[in-house]
Design a protein around this ligand. Sequence first.
Ligand code: ADP
Length: 358
Amino acid sequence: MAKFRKIGILTSGGDAPGMNACIKAVVSKALTLGVEVVGINRGYQGLIEGDLRPLLPKHVANILGRGGTILYSSRSPMFKTEEGMAAAVKTCRDNGIDALICIGGDGTFRGATDMTRHGIPSIGLPGTIDNDITATDYTIGFDTSINSTMQIIDKLRDTCESHARLNVVEVMGRNCGQIALYAGIASGAVAVVIPEIPFDEAAALEKIRKLREDGRRGMIAIVCEGVTNPDGTPYSEAFRHTITEKTGVETKFVRLAHIVRGGEPTARERSTAMRMGIAAVELLHEGISNVVMCELDGKICPVDISFALIADRMYKSKLQPGDLDPFTPEQLEDMRLLCKKRQNEIQHLYKVAQDVAN
Ligand code: ADP
């Protein structure tokens, strides 16, 4: 007999392509286990307000290829209050929701762990185009966003070539250079600027000058949105002016922003999102919760939410006093290894980007 009779599912924080595929997989898998699924609209705010909808197979037919999230998303400051939490728990109790699947980023995972603590077992699924969640190699939305970024850059390249221009492209990623690096490598950028590694501007300008001297017409430089000037303004726009001033190459600027957050999810996206969704339902069914589904070395596996959140802080140098106290020496060593893995990935990709930037 099923441990849970009804699972609630919500999408929260920034939306990402692939969330719908995940919702579809959760509904399909739950059905095979005789478990009902209820959709919660607008993330935790909808949970507080009881904004629910049934999710039967007919409701999730033909959503695999749709970007965004059919459940909508929102940010809910109220959920962080005791009153908001009580209302969210009441919605679950009133509607027979025994467990929750929450797709989003670290804020969403904090919400999931709070719900578990208040008696509603919850599992987090990583949904963000930025691929910046330390505990997992992959986040839902990433593959689609790097492909969209690459396709737009290919279009820009055509016109850069015609007019002998350079185009500085600012891409999303917050403080994580993964989108910039993959898109930069895939589109042959002459420079990729990311928050994690100091940028040698003089060397990049010299390279651009030399390439132009050798007859290069169109060029692309990519800057991650998280790279800023000392006064906090975006480096991307400043870099554009510096290139024009110091090299004489006519330079345009484009900020892709949310354009790459929409669109039809790739096959990699859909399949990973579906594998994560199915695994989450299976774990809840086995009585396991308070974990984040991660992809590690190609396998979908659960990682304890507290571990995931603190490993993230460790990697991002945001540890607060006492953060590490609950963990065993073995867990702390695992966290350090995870951080090292992420650093190595970035360094490797940066080196590849430099090797192909000519
Ligand atoms: P993301 O999940 O992408 O990181 P947010 O940080 O905006 O996005 O978080 C999404 C939602 O999760 C918030 O609107 C809030 O309802 C909930 N949340 C965020 N931080 C916390 C927290 N510390 N405790 C409980 N819930 C939180």
